[in-house]
Write a protein that binds this ligand. Structure first.
Ligand code: ADP
Ligand code: MG
Length: 659
């Protein structure tokens, strides 16, 4: 059921932030920087920007900007606020996330990812378009939030008329105040209810299975009117497994109990997944209110910890893990890892059960492991990921002396060094750590440095048309659709697109055929291709083309000759190269790590594997898999192995890159 405008206004007026509105606005008016603290659901994200707007903060022609660490949140919140203000999205209220801009000349309130604002600062270092910036969800300490905080430190001194509001859950708030010279804090008083926390007695062997059992127990043993269930999982895979197992088990139970009428009974639950790559309209369903006699079971990533408030939750089930990007500076690689959450995160998750009444949180880990294995606070992203992209942006902002940059928590110096080496190896930096001409061009693309390098090289190799397509296809969720029940059929369909020894060229081939079929949705469906992903790739391609034109890079097509494309890939994938080391096995050239070809690759199962490959992705599960792989000529790699030789030498001499 959609909420009516009147209902929405009534909800607004009931929010804790609304009740302190005038006091809060007075604080913001009286101070350049305010740290606003409030429980999740108190109305920080949806109300603050509206209050500022209604108080005339856009009367001078400037905008109110509100940053979010997550794409999904930026979109969802913008949609909610435009509904509350009764205006269509993309006009007065808009959002901007990478490759998707829903704003116009008349936009007054702009929600965006923190990455977008950082890019804007590269073009407009004083952020002249804004009268006020709300840095929302700052406690998440995303990489870009941390960098922006550092930038604001000098920016605010140069623009006395710019207001900064930093919003945070209770954790970390003091840190933000201190960072900005004891900036005042404003607490939004809020009511929360007690939540009983129940640990398992023994470690659980399989948290998906345990979560399913717990959810079924609750559902079958408590009245539906008690409230809904929120399950925290790590990502798309275990979320989908949890959802489908719950439905399977319930079908079994209800069939036994009610025979042929089981379907009517099944209508008393709605199982809803939520993760970032889920289409927006599906995500929106978690906010819709259910009939009285239907129970919602929401299965979410840590996005539901603080970013999105789901109302009506009485029970929380917490698997105790989340997926984190972790950088290993020794091998110089980022990977997604399932990692135990921190205690602060566990408490945020539990808190979701106490919003509308007393609740219960089931933790699928033992009390001992919580006390012994969990950090009190999560490690900020800046201390655990590759910084090449960030450093390229800082250098583009002419911030060269990184040791002087006011990081709220500085990254480990080894991370800084390896990330600088990565940029140097891509020839974005010279021997003194200064941005090269190439590096400046690379910074103009909203892409990882190795991908922007490949795109720029393409103009030398005469294959810009093709590389634009490949890079766009690499920037969207997989275009190949592989439903569980029809794996074999879909694998066959995929293999019809294979180009020998190259997944990159296979992606190019898929796109070219789709184009030849006039970008048809129907054509995709019958070939197990995700129309949505392809459409997005097309859209991204246009945006990247726009950047290429703006930079005056020559456009060319290599036609039916694929060699230039493979060669060109080598210029960017210099760290992602592997050499055949035995039957079906590769070793990572830089580190000697063993790698296997992923089963979805065009190279998987080839009797005669190419001796050298570059790869796009490294998946760390129980084994290390490489995915999106292309065979290359060892001669082309000569140049880059020369580079590695120098890197080694430089390391030995502990060359400092101006650090
Ligand atoms: P905070 O940022 O303080 O955590 P929010 O401003 O996000 O709080 O949320 C305030 C209230 O608005 C919550 O009760 C939440 O349920 C409601 N709300 C937010 N987004 C939506 C939405 N898309 N649909 C319905 N209700 C929403
Ligand atoms: Mg919020």
């Amino acid at each position: 059921k959609e909420q009516s405008f009147e209902e929405i206004q009534a909800v607004r007026r009931s929010l804790p932030a609304y009740k302190v509105r005038h006091d809060l606005m007075r604080h913001i008016r009286d101070n350049q920087i305010t740290v606003v603290i409030g429980e999740t659901g108190s109305g920080k994200t949806t109300q603050l920007a509206q209050f500022l707007y209604e108080d005339g903060f856009t009367a001078n022609g400037r905008m109110i900007g509100c940053t979010q660490p997550r794409r999904v949140a930026a979109v969802s919140v913008a949609e909610r606020v435009s509904k509350e203000m009764d205006t269509p999205i993309g006009v007065k209220v808009g959002y901007s996330i990478r490759f998707e801009d829903q704003t116009s000349d008349s936009t007054k309130i702009k929600f965006m990812t923190d990455g977008i604002l950082l890019r804007e600062a590269m073009i407009d270092p004083l952020l002249e378009k804004y009268s006020c910036i709300i840095m929302d969800e700052a406690h998440e300490r995303s990489l870009n939030t941390d960098v922006l905080l550092g930038i604001f430190k000098t920016l605010l001194a140069r623009r006395h008329d710019l207001k900064l509001v930093v919003t945070s859950a209770t954790m970390n708030a003091d840190k933000f105040s201190q960072f900005f010279g004891n900036a005042p804090q404003y607490f939004i008083p809020g009511k929360t209810f007690p939540v009983e926390i129940i640990y398992t007695n023994h470690p659980v062997p399989d948290y998906v299975e345990s979560a399913v059992q717990k959810a079924l127990d609750i559902h079958l043993s408590t009245p539906i009117s008690n409230g809904d269930i929120l399950i925290f999982m790590t990502g798309q895979e275990d979320i989908e497994a949890t959802c489908s197992t719950i439905i399977e088990r319930l079908t079994e139970i209800y069939t036994k109990k009610y025979g042929a009428n089981y379907e009517e009974q099944l209508a008393d639950v709605q199982v809803l997944p939520i993760y970032s790559s889920l289409p927006a309209d599906v995500q929106g369903r978690i906010f819709q209110r259910q009939e009285q006699n239907v129970r919602k079971i929401v299965v979410a990533t840590n996005i539901a910890e603080t970013s999105l408030t789901v109302d009506g939750i009485k029970y929380v089930i917490d698997c105790g893990y989340s997926k984190l990007k972790v950088y290993n500076p020794k091998i110089g690689l980022d990977s997604l890892r399932i990692t135990p959450i921190s205690l602060a995160n566990a408490n945020q998750r539990s808190g979701r059960a106490g919003r509308t009444g007393p609740g219960i949180a089931y933790r699928l880990f033992t009390h001992d492991s919580a006390m012994e294995d969990m950090y009190p606070q999560a490690i900020p992203e800046i201390q655990r990921t590759n910084l090449a992209n960030t450093l390229l942006q800082l250098k583009s902002l002419n911030i060269n002396n990184l040791s002087k940059f006011p990081f709220i928590d500085p990254p480990p110096s080894q991370n800084l060094m390896t990330s600088l080496y990565d940029l140097w190896a891509l020839e974005a930096l010279d021997n003194f750590g200064h941005l090269t001409k190439l590096g400046r061009l690379m910074g103009a693309f909203p892409l990882q440095p190795f991908l922007s390098r490949v795109l720029i090289s393409a103009s030398q190799y005469g294959c810009t048309e093709e590389m634009l397509t490949i890079v766009s296809m690499l920037s969207v969720p997989s275009v190949f659709y592989r439903p569980k029940e029809r794996e074999e059929e879909s694998d066959q369909a995929r293999s019809r697109f294979f180009i020998p020894e190259s997944d990159h060229l296979t992606l190019l081939n898929v796109y070219a055929q789709w184009k030849a079929n006039r970008y048809s949705a129907h054509w995709c469906n019958s070939r197990f291709l995700q129309f949505r992903s392809l459409q997005r790739a097309k859209d991204i391609r246009e945006q990247l083309l726009y950047v290429i034109r703006k930079l005056n890079l020559p456009m060319a097509s290599s036609g039916s000759d694929w060699a230039p494309i493979r060669k060109c890939l080598c210029t960017g994938y210099i760290q992602q190269t592997a050499k055949l080391s035995g039957l079906g096995k590769y070793v990572h050239l830089k580190t000697g790590m063993d790698l296997k070809v992923h089963p979805t690759s065009a190279l998987f199962g080839l009797g005669d594997l190419p001796a050298y490959v570059v790869y796009h992705e490294l998946l760390m599960t129980t084994k290390e898999y490489i995915n999106v792989v292309t065979a290359v000529d060892p001669l082309w790699l000569m140049e880059y192995s020369g580079i590695f030789y120098h890197i080694k030498r430089r390391k030995e001499q502990s060359y400092q890159f101006g650090l």
